[in-house]
Design a protein around this ligand. Structure first.
Ligand code: ATP
Ligand SMILES: Nc1ccn([C@@H]2O[C@H](COP(=O)(O)O)[C@@H](O)[C@H]2O)c(=O)n1
Length: 214
């Protein structure tokens, strides 16, 4: 068995930050799966297609070029996040992105993946699973700081409404909804800074490693 670390949770909970640091700590490749859905959403928007058009979204997912996604500034906007969450509800899109994610998780060296359905659908047998969360207000504050620091003009109330709308859509959809896997450990980072959250995450992974002899 390889060390697969599944990190799920709602928007701006800090799961990407934790996943990236865990990957560095354990020398594992890391996939931010949200980027895949963001790229599909942006592709549709740029082609002038409706985000509700499942056939177009599925085709965009099937023909996705995954090279360079983590450096693409178009994927970091609030609009990209909203578009991602809309196309992520299409079963065809999720099916088109499944093999790629499962192949990434199956690397012999192990892997860290973060998203919404890693512990439930992509890697249900992962030995280490975390569900990272924080209150909507704290997550909206983190995302607002992140976006305004990059020069985006957005009010806090709008940010909070965006987070709450996305939470409801991601948790309420029929296809692979955002839900804590039964065997995932809940990590509530509401009152934790990044260092404290990472330390807590590493302890969870260490416990899993000891349990599975990894
Ligand atoms: N525990 C924390 N305390 C304060 N700020 C944090 C904490 N964790 C992450 N952040 C900051 O909050 C912002 C969002 O974090 P991050 O991108 O890791 O969240 P995420 O859950 O991966 O979001 P998304 O799913 O939308 O990609 C970043 O600016 C990050 O530096
Ligand atoms: N495994 C995943 C990852 C993401 N999504 C959807 O994409 C949206 C954007 O994700 P971020 O992590 O970049 O914020 C997110 O709101 C989900 O709708 C997903 O469904 N499954």
């Amino acid at each position: 068995m390889s060390l697969i670390i599944a990190v799920d949770g709602p928007a701006a909970s800090g799961k990407g930050t934790i996943a990236a640091r865990l990957a560095r700590t354990y020398g594992l490749p890391h996939l931010d799966t949200g980027l895949l859905y963001r790229a599909v959403g942006v592709k549709l928007l740029e082609a002038g297609r409706s985000l509700d058009d499942e056939a177009a979204a599925t085709e965009a997912a099937r023909s996705l070029d995954v090279a360079g996604l983590s450096d693409d500034p178009r994927l970091t906007t609030g609009e990209a996040g909203e578009a991602a969450s809309r196309v992520a509800g299409h079963p065809g899109v999720r099916a088109a992105l499944l093999d790629l994610q499962q192949a990434f998780a199956a690397q012999a060296v192990g892997a860290v993946l973060d998203g919404r359905d890693i512990g439930t659908v992509i890697a249900p047998d992962a030995p280490a699973k975390l569900f990272v969360t924080a209150t909507p207000e704290v997550r909206a504050t983190r995302r607002w700081r992140q976006l305004t620091a990059r020069g985006f003009d957005i009010g806090f109330e709008e940010m909070l409404a965006d987070i709450q709308r996305r939470d409801a859509r991601d948790a309420g959809r029929g296809a692979a909804p955002m839900v804590q896997a039964e065997d995932a450990v809940l990590l509530d980072t509401t009152d934790m800074d990044i260092e404290a959250a990472f330390d807590a995450a590493r302890r969870i992974v260490e416990t899993a490693r000891a349990k599975h002899g990894l």
